[in-house]
Design a binder for this molecule. Structure first.
Ligand SMILES: Cc1cc2nc3c(=O)[nH]c(=O)nc-3n(C[C@H](O)[C@H](O)[C@H](O)COP(=O)(O)OP(=O)(O)OC[C@H]3O[C@@H](n4cnc5c(N)ncnc54)[C@H](O)[C@@H]3O)c2cc1C
Ligand SMILES: NC(=O)c1ccc[n+]([C@@H]2O[C@H](COP(=O)([O-])OP(=O)(O)OC[C@H]3O[C@@H](n4cnc5c(N)ncnc54)[C@H](O)[C@@H]3O)[C@@H](O)[C@H]2O)c1
Length: 464
């Protein structure tokens, strides 16, 4: 290969949502960009993550709403779940049967060069892809993401189990499913499966579900899931996993044994900075994430004037394993590569939504995190059922709005909006946290009646 064929302005290793955005945008701007991915262009989100999982959630929510008709609107015939409809939608509408031809063509159509292979930095401006050496004049962007982390539970490695890949690809559902991990994936997909008739047991090591969010959210979600027939063990450490006939058995501390036809491992994600060669640019070999500064430049690499830079975006940076974080960081990198001014990366108002029913929307700090940081924290909480809209909604109205303030500054530093459309209600509070809107100004706003977001006014009134 000539130097011309192996020298680029920018090389992007891993084309998850953020990498694809950086590579495509900068190719469109006229840079010579090489995009490298050994999997599918677009990464986890469109093929095994957000998009197909939310198709599953949509289907399961439709079943749940149909089952609420009896309480609210009369009678429908028997609701008969049929997973083949969901499996078909995932294949035909979401993933193109796990084919990224359209995504590759979108990128090359913008002028980018795509190579399918495993990329590895060997020095700040040099990348090896399966034995071919490429040079980058301006720099390298790493967006290699994460894969399912398999915890070191004795027996787990040898016992057949699903990760997010297998459950998203499932054409048929098991009769029963044990879910290890009660975080975002475990709760969203556990509820989906239960609504499709699968007998589901969730095992969570932390004292509550969605443990990173407010404790009220995890406690309420447990009640909701149990009311739907899901068995939930919290504060439960799995001591051993073993094959059990055609299924699996998970042995918990204390002697309880949970059995199921299938086991889904949803215990978090694993990034591997050294595998992509970030150790060659100063990141410790055993680092779990790639440290980045507020321009998403990997810290630790030589930053001499004129040297090719190394940036990282997405899950690997440890700033929040969400597609919107990956895309946000991509925007920061695009500006930095182009030498454009713009605000530095700021995660103060990081929004997230767990798409259970009810949804758990959240932004910024939880109460506990705020109390660690500020001396004068106030909290206001309104149960949704106490609001007019929540009361009207009746069946399926579980939830609350909780706001957390730094009273010294008179601004919100976090909020949780759990309920029907909880993720959408959160949007208003994300603006408040991001823009530091004074609480007095929020209190003087007019909140449409009778909306779910009107509960914000009530929660603000309860700040104490
Ligand atoms: C079931 C599930 C549901 C989710 N739901 C949501 C949701 O609702 N909302 C949300 O915001 N987030 C959600 N997420 C998280 C979201 O999918 C990720 O945060 C998102 O994909 C961003 O990841 P990323 O940009 O780091 O790259 P990834 O999507 O992880 O992609 C990384 C890419 O790099 C490639 N790669 C890795 N190593 C190499 C290498 N050495 N050389 C070449 N290529 C390489 C991989 O093949 C892959 O294509 C969900 C995740 C899962 C698993
Ligand atoms: N709606 C969304 O935005 C969405 C949906 C799904 C996934 N995601 C992203 O994907 C990432 C991965 O999701 P996830 O649910 O796997 O991770 P998670 O970090 O949300 O939850 C994992 C849970 O597993 C528990 N756990 C760990 N080891 C365990 C063990 N041995 N036994 C029992 N429990 C154990 C942890 O305490 C934790 O609560 C999340 O961090 C999230 O950012 C986002």
């Amino acid at each position: 290969m000539t130097d011309d064929a192996t020298t680029f302005d920018l090389i992007v290793i891993g084309l998850g949502p953020g990498g694809e955005h950086v590579a495509g945008t900068l190719a469109e701007k006229g840079l010579r960009v090489l995009g490298v991915d050994h999997g599918l262009v677009g990464g986890e989100c469109p093929y095994w993550g957000c998009v197909p999982s939310k198709m599953m959630v949509r289907a399961a929510d439709a079943l749940a709403e149909a089952r609420r008709v009896g309480d609210l609107a009369g009678r429908v015939g028997e609701v008969v779940p049929d997973w083949s409809v969901v499996a078909r939608r995932i294949r035909e509408e979401a993933t193109d049967d796990w084919n990224d031809k359209a995504a590759v063509e979108r990128f090359t159509g913008k002028g980018g060069t795509f190579v399918r292979g495993t990329g590895r930095l060997t020095a700040p401006g040099t990348v090896d892809v399966d034995g071919t050496r490429y040079a980058a004049r301006q720099g390298v962007v790493v967006n290699t993401g994460t894969r399912a982390a398999i915890p070191p539970v004795p027996g787990l490695d040898e016992t057949p189990h699903w990760t997010n890949h297998e459950i998203i690809e499932a054409r048929e559902l098991p009769a029963s499913l044990v879910v290890l991990g009660g975080g975002a994936i475990g709760c969203e997909l556990g509820q989906v499966m239960a609504r499709f008739g699968v007998e589901v047991t969730i095992i969570e090591a932390a004292p509550r579900l969605v443990a990173l969010e407010e404790p009220e959210a995890g406690d309420l979600l447990k009640q909701v899931l149990e009311a739907e027939g899901v068995t939930v063990h919290v504060g439960a450490a799995a001591e051993r996993v073993a094959a059990d006939g055609d299924g699996v058995a998970v042995h918990l501390a204390g002697g309880t044994v949970v059995r199921g036809e299938r086991l889904l491992v949803a215990t978090g994600r694993h990034a591997d900075p050294a595998a992509v060669g970030l150790d060659t640019v100063g990141v410790p070999k055993d680092a779990r994430t790639a440290p980045v500064d507020d321009r998403c430049r990997v810290t630790g690499n030589a930053d001499d004037e004129g040297a090719a830079r190394v940036w990282a975006v997405g899950d690997i940076t440890g700033k929040g394993a969400f597609t919107h974080v990956s895309m946000y960081q991509a925007g920061v990198v695009i500006r930095d590569v182009l030498g454009e001014d713009g605000p530095p990366a700021d995660y103060e108002a990081l929004p997230r939504v767990t798409f259970t029913d009810p949804e758990v929307g959240a932004v910024g700090l939880t109460e506990a995190q705020a109390r660690e940081r500020y001396s004068s924290v106030q909290v206001g909480l309104t149960p949704l059922a106490e609001t007019t809209r929540g009361w009207i909604h009746a069946k399926g109205n579980e939830g609350f709005i909780k706001v957390v303030s730094d009273a010294d500054r008179g601004v919100l530093v976090g909020a949780t909006t759990m309920g029907p459309a909880g993720g959408e209600v959160m949007g208003a509070l994300a603006v408040a946290v991001h823009a530091h809107v004074p609480i007095e100004r929020l209190r003087s706003m007019i909140y449409a009646y009778p909306t779910f977001h009107r509960g914000i006014e009530d929660a603000l009134g309860r700040l104490a």
